[in-house]
Design a protein around this ligand. Structure first.
Ligand code: DSN
Length: 440
């Protein structure tokens, strides 16, 4: 029946989807873990691949119907290996968390110790302890030890880490895994400085490049696989501008363990439409990735410097604020990260609250942490450059410091966004970045 409650729900869902797209045409999207894919990536996502299973390795599937899927997956693996200069790529993990879980399952046992960054020091929830419901502790039973962190340098402390490993060894708790990388990630981690030391203890080194994969691909950050990491797990939708998903890069030496842990260990369907879209994004990254990553880093630095000059306390000042796509700001002078996030959202500026070093000791929690985290990946993909970063910093100041009327700021943001609707750094840009596609 045309006016049944289910038909009303059905219509409501589509109108909410459209409203969301419309809203995002008019916001400043500064979530560091997000990006906007190209129209080509969106086309791959809506293909029939999304309705199929392809369990196993291409060419050795345990499902029929995979003739074309296999061809695309071989292409995807070849592109991934070329982009990251890796001899092995597993493109099947459906997220960064699953990719990390593959590494835990392949190279450790429950009860083993893993070194990882704490969350206020940039660690991701998937590196976390059982008592915090972190994936490593809760799902795989790993016993997490945090790296000593230097808050002024905003990175892992090399000498203190060496001492900690020696102490853990003396206590009979030598780590099996060392996890670098994470979520709040302003500066490269000391992989080069620590890899020989860790390898002397037979510790498997994984680098979580979820956030910085696009910067690594564009040769604008560190190069973990050349610096001593045994494997690198990534997300395919942050600075690497593909569909939501994960991936693992490594060497042939570890291929069989990784393959088995991915399937049958941690995936059945590996979301084949996203695998195809990953291949498209990898091709785009090979063509445009260097220019994109270099503009991302210039934009992040420009935004950090503008915020600092307007009076904000931007972390990492001693090292020039950032060398990645991210900026972290201590907002305790104005309120807390949760309230600032909510106020900025009312002004159409979308950021994350962020736990920062010192928060836990001071009794602050994730709902009301001391900081916010900003990322410039998406606004760079929309074609913004350094001069736009100055304008964005001034919008943020109007809301957070000057407490201006947020509705007025919304109008200004809408005007500002008018010229930035297409996705750049891709082969085809016919469709607007947030243009709603109706298939019905
Ligand atoms: N929580 C997101 C991050 O910012 O890292 C994605 O996992």
């Amino acid at each position: 029946m045309a006016d049944s409650s289910q038909k009303r729900s059905y219509n409501k869902i589509f109108s909410l989807l459209k409203e969301h797209n419309k809203w995002f045409e008019n916001v400043i999207p500064l979530i560091a873990s997000e990006n906007i894919p190209s129209p080509a990536v969106r086309e791959a996502i809506i293909s029939d691949f999304g309705n199929r299973y392809a369990e196993g390795w291409p060419g050795e599937r345990v499902y029929a119907g995979c003739i074309y899927i296999d061809k695309v997956e071989f292409e995807c693996m070849a592109l991934a290996k070329k982009l990251f200069k890796a001899t092995f790529a597993d493109v099947r993990p459906i997220s960064g968390v699953v990719a990390n879980l593959v590494i835990y399952s392949a190279f450790s046992d429950p009860g083993d110790v893993m070194l990882a960054p704490s969350i206020p020091a940039g660690g991701h929830i998937s590196h976390g302890k059982k008592e915090h419901a972190g994936t490593a502790g809760l799902v795989h039973g790993l016993d997490i030890e945090f790296y000593p962190f230097n808050a002024e340098e905003m990175t892992i402390d090399v000498d203190k880490t060496k001492n900690k490993v020696k102490e853990l060894d003396r206590a009979g708790r030598l780590p099996k895994l060392a996890m670098f990388g994470g979520s709040l990630f302003l500066f490269p981690h000391p992989v080069k400085e620590l890899s020989d030391f860790l390898k002397n203890y037979d510790i498997f080194i994984n680098y979580d490049g979820a956030h910085v994969a696009g910067l690594i691909a564009g040769n604008q950050f560190q190069d973990p696989l050349r610096e001593g990491a045994d494997a690198m797990t990534i997300s395919t939708h942050k600075t690497l501008f593909g569909p939501q998903g994960g991936m693992i890069l490594s060497t042939e030496k570890y291929a069989e363990q990784i393959k088995r842990a991915t399937f049958p260990g941690l995936t059945s369907s590996h979301h084949i439409h996203h695998m195809a879209a990953k291949a498209v994004a990898l091709a785009e990254a090979l063509e445009f990735g260097k220019k994109y990553a270099s503009q991302v880093i210039k934009n992040a630095k420009a935004l950090a410097e503008s915020l600092n000059s307007l009076g904000f306390t931007v972390l990492g000042e001693k090292r020039g604020f950032t060398k990645s796509h991210q900026i972290a700001v201590n907002v305790l002078a104005y309120s807390d990260g949760g309230k600032v996030e909510a106020n900025l959202e009312k002004a159409n500026i979308i950021v994350n609250r962020q736990l920062i070093p010192g928060d836990i000791k001071a009794g602050r929690n994730y709902f009301h942490p001391g900081g916010i985290r900003l990322g410039v990946s998406e606004i760079t993909r929309l074609g913004m450059k350094e001069s736009e970063m100055k304008e964005i910093a001034s919008f943020i100041k109007k809301v957070v410091i000057d407490k201006k009327d947020k509705k007025k700021v919304v109008s200004e943001v809408k005007l500002f966004r008018k010229n930035f609707q297409k996705v750049h750094f891709c082969f085809d840009k016919k469709l607007g970045g947030y243009e709603y596609v109706k298939l019905r």
